[in-house]
Design a binder for this molecule. Structure first.
Ligand code: 5GP
Length: 167
């Protein structure tokens, strides 16, 4: 669906936009595991700001390729985020339930700001409205893998985004 070259060009543009918007201020990049590990590592290198990187492990329960909306934190951040600018890096916003939950959770920790950067968004499946401040690509309603995204833990290492058929 999206080639490695297209992804790399878009990540470079997002990095420039983020660098410009934060204008030299320090930023905490929160990589939501596992799906965004590749996106976050490429994005981090495209951002020219004093960066701190942290990781949040999340599991959203579902049946097959469907989300239930129940989000479990499997690994918390390693440091507090109070009074810091935070950018949550997600692989994909589908129903929006995961990111809505994370925004609520983060707000209780009183950061200066919380913004969202997602590589992909499937608008057709939205169940809650979430603000995506930086978006890589809007895609149609297909189950995708690669560039960090999996199906049953496979295909995360594909350098491109591909569509899984017959799920
Ligand atoms: P939500 O429905 O809560 O917005 O998305 C939750 C999570 O479901 C995403 O972070 C991602 O891990 C997973 N997900 C949603 N759509 C896809 C998809 O097309 N492919 C893969 N591999 N995971 C997806």
């Amino acid at each position: 669906m999206i080639s490695a070259a297209k992804i790399s060009e878009r990540v470079r543009q997002l990095g420039e936009e983020i660098t410009r918007d934060y204008a030299g201020r320090p930023l905490v990049l929160v990589c939501v595991l596992k799906g965004s590990f590749i996106f976050a590592s490429d994005l981090a290198r495209a951002i020219d700001l004093p960066l701190r990187i942290d990781f949040l492990g999340v599991r959203s329960y579902g049946v097959g390729t469907d989300t239930s909306g129940v989000v479990q934190i499997t690994q918390d951040l390693s440091s507090p985020i109070a009074n810091e600018d935070v950018l949550i890096v997600e692989d994909i916003v589908d129903t929006g339930l995961t990111i809505a939950h994370l925004i609520d959770l983060f707000r209780t920790r009183q950061p200066s700001s919380v913004k969202i950067c997602s590589l992909l968004h499937k608008p057709a499946r939205a169940r809650v409205e979430v603000p995506i401040d930086y978006l890589g690509f809007r895609i149609e309603d297909k189950f995708v893998v690669g560039y960090g995204l999996d199906i049953a833990e496979k295909y995360r290492n594909l350098p491109f985004i591909g569509v899984v058929e017959n799920t």
